[in-house]
Design a protein around this ligand. Structure first.
Ligand SMILES: NC(=O)c1ccc[n+]([C@@H]2O[C@H](COP(=O)([O-])OP(=O)(O)OC[C@H]3O[C@@H](n4cnc5c(N)ncnc54)[C@H](OP(=O)(O)O)[C@@H]3O)[C@@H](O)[C@H]2O)c1
Length: 225
């Protein structure tokens, strides 16, 4: 089964729609309602409130069989580092790092018990390279690296893997705030001359799911840079 956070986002919505045709899925959103035409379970929770994570896990514990968790939920505020408000830094890390960690901590005992689990974090080229105006988003994403690699080292022996899918630029989601000029430049600097699609991500997820030998890695999915 899949547990998807950020399932109402540009990317999460498409992954939910496709994955829930053939799999059991619990889709988590916060402020938006998710269209649910398939057999998925859709829940609205605020991942910043850890009690709501505990309640979700205990309510759906029976559905949590062979879990692949897709950590997509994200906060991102634009701003140059020199005057980036510190409370916005905290808010960004609170969701992009702490809530991710809290959810994984809640799922690990179940995964260990079942001797199987796939933890997939979503990062960005920006997390690796930095980008003007996106420094705190970048920092919150690069924090996932040491954390994910350590998860792989601590829990690999229980059949649990933790990997990062590092995305380039995709057609949906955060990119919808970019202007056309910027999108044109991104496409022309991408070897494949296009933006990424949800199917590209699904292929990566299926690859990661198949083997416990791919562990503690960063899978770059960016069309060539
Ligand atoms: N799109 C791209 O080109 C791109 C590129 C590189 C990396 N990525 C990564 O891919 C992932 C998905 O990105 P996206 O573009 O789909 O993002 P998005 O469209 O901005 O979606 C963000 C999601 O996070 C959820 N969320 C925000 N605050 C939350 C909270 N407090 N509790 C629970 N959920 C909360 C939102 O829920 P509600 O809307 O319901 O509030 C929404 O579902 C992110 O991790 C991002 O860093 C995306």
């Amino acid at each position: 089964m899949y547990l998807i956070t950020g399932a109402s986002g540009g990317i999460g919505k498409e992954l939910f729609k496709k994955l829930s045709t053939k799999n059991d899925v619990i889709a988590i959103s916060n402020s938006k309602k998710i269209d649910n035409n398939n057999k998925g379970i859709c829940v609205n929770i605020n991942l910043l409130n850890h009690k709501e994570i505990d309640q979700l896990i205990s309510k759906y514990e029976r559905n949590l069989e062979k879990i692949t968790v897709l950590n997509l939920a994200v906060k991102s505020f634009d701003g140059l580092l020199a005057n980036y408000p510190i409370e916005k830094v905290r808010e960004t890390f609170e969701l992009n790092f702490f809530s991710n960690l809290y959810l994984v901590q809640a799922l690990l005992p179940i995964m260990i018990n079942q001797k199987w689990g796939r933890i997939i974090h979503f990062s960005s080229v920006v997390g690796n390279e930095g980008a003007k105006g996106a420094g705190i988003y970048a920092a919150s994403k690069s924090a996932l690296i040491g954390y994910s690699k350590t998860l792989s080292k601590e829990y690999g022996r229980f059949g649990i893997t933790s990997n990062i899918v590092e995305l380039g630029y995709f057609e949906k989601g955060l990119i919808e705030n970019f202007n056309q000029e910027k999108i044109k430049n991104i496409i022309s600097s991408t070897s494949s001359r296009r933006l990424g699609l949800s199917d590209d991500i699904i292929h990566a997820i299926e690859f990661i799911k198949k083997s416990d030998f791919y562990n503690g890695e960063i899978l770059k999915l960016n069309g060539g840079r």
